[in-house]
Structure formats: C-alpha cells, structure tokens
Design a protein. Sequence first.
Length: 73
Amino acid sequence: MKAEYDFSQGKRGAIDPIQPGKTRITIQLDDEILAWFRQQVERAGGGNYQTLINEVLRQHIQSNCEPLETTRQ
C-alpha cells in the first residue's frame, strides 16, 4: 500500500455512466423476489438480474394493456 495516492484525476459519482434511455432509481423489493431473480440469472449461466427484472416488467406491461387502476387490489 502506498503512503500517498494521487486523486487529482478522480471523478465523483457512479463509476459506470447511465445508458441513454435508462434512469437510476432506488427501489425496495422483498428479499424473496430479489433472491428469485438472482437464482434465475444464476441458473441461466450468468447475466444481470436487473435486466431480467426490467424484461419481466416490460412483458407484463405489453401483455396487460389495461390501465394501472384496474390492476390494483
């Protein structure tokens, strides 16, 4: 470990830039839901569980064209 480090070229914020068309948010999911998505990605041999969640939400929206108010319980 060095005695001193040079951070003069360092940048604040997220390391990975946000892709166009995407928005970084904070969301709270049940532990079981998150575990299920992570398991699916692991069984498939790898990938990104967030991408899978996004795809499942997209499929749900496309298959259920009814207004959100009618889907609430």
